[in-house]
Design a protein around this ligand. Sequence first.
Ligand SMILES: [Zn+2]
Ligand SMILES: [Zn+2]
Length: 59
Amino acid sequence: MSESRQQAARKCVSCGIKVSGKNAAEFACPDCGTTIYRCATCRKQSNLYECPDCGFRGP
Ligand SMILES: [Zn+2]
Ligand SMILES: [Zn+2]
């Protein structure tokens, strides 16, 4: 149980599944700069994302 917090799970902000490096789109929230991850599926479907930090929504 000594999982480091630095490599905490990256979760798709749209569907909440864990994403791993290759499949994830990673970008900064345009509003607050928080790093946001999205899985390939949600990217394909152009699901909306919502920033977990400030609530910003975008395509
Ligand atoms: Zn997703
Ligand atoms: Zn934000």
